[in-house]
Design a protein around this ligand. Structure first.
Ligand SMILES: Cc1cc2nc3c(=O)[nH]c(=O)nc-3n(C[C@H](O)[C@H](O)[C@H](O)COP(=O)(O)OP(=O)(O)OC[C@H]3O[C@@H](n4cnc5c(N)ncnc54)[C@H](O)[C@@H]3O)c2cc1C
Length: 401
């Protein structure tokens, strides 16, 4: 009998496993249907000995000292500020757009003040900014929108920016200085020995058992745990009873080349050409040296693993219906990007997991009489519109409040 079952060994599940095991001295079974830990942040050494990210480049960045300090217990860091170039008709220029981007593309020699005026001159007034197109066009005008954003967004989402919520591009910055960093967070580092090592350290506590190649359905009907943390897809937990929440996926083509370096920076975007959106080269991020290099092409698709929730109002409404069911699952916590149908960066997921742990500490008594708890636990996952307070629910509720 385990005190906790945690479904998913990504950041959400692994941070909670570590906290529960080390701070509550309770036992945790953490499962993942994949054959590795780390979720989408997983990395591995390929046949050429190059450290690559299985699911595309993962750059750690955060403004939260608390999150950075917490993770520092499990890894040392390598300072790394990510740089991205956009390939516009064969010319590679910094993205986010900055002073050098414009001066290079247009053969100008503007200074920061002049560039501000230049943007203002091109920006098209949009009264009510609703879509991604509105956000960009109202900031930098239609020509730059077409060059940098329209094609990229269409490839990435399979939708025109005019059909996508403003939140998709609302945070795309435009700079009038020469800052060419992709992120400006206070902490920008890569785990020195990689993400997988970081996860091994998170999950190394003797109270934690890791079981891979194991789906939730493989263990859910065996009553061998007291409480559940679920970091998988919320619609799957409820057997898709209201229909599927749509996701955009990616196909990754990993390639190793017999040369030291392939491109000038960690990632090059291709907004106007090719089927892929971007190429990333890991040696920039990891600092690895050697005669060969590995790169990854990303091809957006609707088929495959769920990566990006599609931010449209009807999808949010559908999620809310599942969320209402989730709120009634006593003794169960839904954490992470799939369970919340929300695109989160890694630091946000770590922050959410730490906040969930604080809630658990506040509301869940340490495991006492396991037999009573086991009898009280209600197996979840049904889509029935059942009343919130059955006898079992009531007694379990006492545990949570
Ligand atoms: C291409 C790409 C690039 C990204 N780049 C960055 C970046 O540069 N910086 C950044 O901060 N963030 C980045 N992210 C986001 C980052 O991947 C997520 O924030 C993080 O992985 C979320 O952690 P999680 O634990 O919520 O989910 P996940 O990492 O997805 O982990 C969930 C795990 O649960 C398992 N699972 C699901 N359902 C079940 C089930 N029923 N039974 C058993 N196991 C199950 C899955 O196999 C998975 O391993 C990127 C994401 C993608 C897709």
């Amino acid at each position: 009998m385990y005190d906790w079952l945690i479904v998913g060994a990504g950041f959400a599940g692994s941070v909670l496993a570590e906290r529960i095991a080390s701070q509550r001295n309770e036992t945790v079974l953490i499962i993942d249907r994949r054959d590795h830990i780390g979720g989408n942040a997983s990395d591995m050494y390929n046949e050429a000995g190059v450290l690559i990210h299985r699911y595309g480049p993962h750059i750690f960045h955060t403004n939260s000292e608390v999150i950075f300090q917490y993770l520092s217990n499990f890894t040392q860091w390598r300072f790394y500020e990510h740089k991205v170039l956009a390939d516009i008709g064969g010319v590679q220029v910094p993205i986010p757009i900055n002073l050098d981007t414009i001066n290079t593309l247009y053969g100008l020699q503007l200074d920061s003040e002049e560039l501000e005026a230049w943007f203002k001159m091109r920006a098209e007034p949009v009264e009510d900014v609703k879509t991604s197109e509105d956000v960009i066009v109202s900031k930098v005008g239609r020509e730059l929108y077409e060059m940098f954003y329209r094609g990229y967004t269409r490839k990435q989402w399979g939708l025109d920016p005019s059909e996508l919520d403003k939140s998709v591009t609302a945070r795309v910055p435009t700079r009038t200085n020469r800052d060419d960093r992709y992120f400006t967070d206070a902490y920008q580092f890569m785990p020195r020995e990689g993400y997988t090592r970081l996860f091994e350290n998170l999950l190394g506590h003797p109270n934690i058992e890791v079981r891979l190649n194991t789906g939730y359905k493989d263990v859910s009907n065996k009553s061998n745990y007291l409480r559940l943390i679920y970091t998988g897809q919320i619609d799957e937990y409820f057997d898709f009873c209201f229909g599927r929440l749509p996701y955009r996926s990616l196909k990754f083509r990993h390639v190793t080349l017999p040369q030291e370096k392939f491109q000038a920076v960690g990632t090059v975007n291709y907004p106007m050409s090719h089927d892929y959106t971007r190429i990333s080269e890991y040696k920039h991020m990891t600092g690895q040296k050697g005669p060969r290099t590995s790169i990854t092409y990303e091809f957006p698709t609707d088929q495959g693993d769920p990566y990006y929730p599609i931010p449209r109002p009807e999808n949010h409404d559908l999620y809310k219906r599942y969320d209402a069911l989730a709120k009634r699952e006593d003794g169960t916590w839904f954490v992470g990007r799939l369970a919340n149908y929300q695109y989160y960066n890694m630091d946000q997921v770590v922050g959410q997991a730490l906040a969930t742990f604080r809630q658990i500490m506040f509301s869940v008594p340490l495991t006492g009489n396991r037999d009573i708890l086991a009898n009280e636990r209600l197996l979840g996952g049904a889509c029935l519109d059942r009343p919130a307070s059955t006898g079992n629910h009531r007694s379990l509720h006492r545990l949570k409040t």
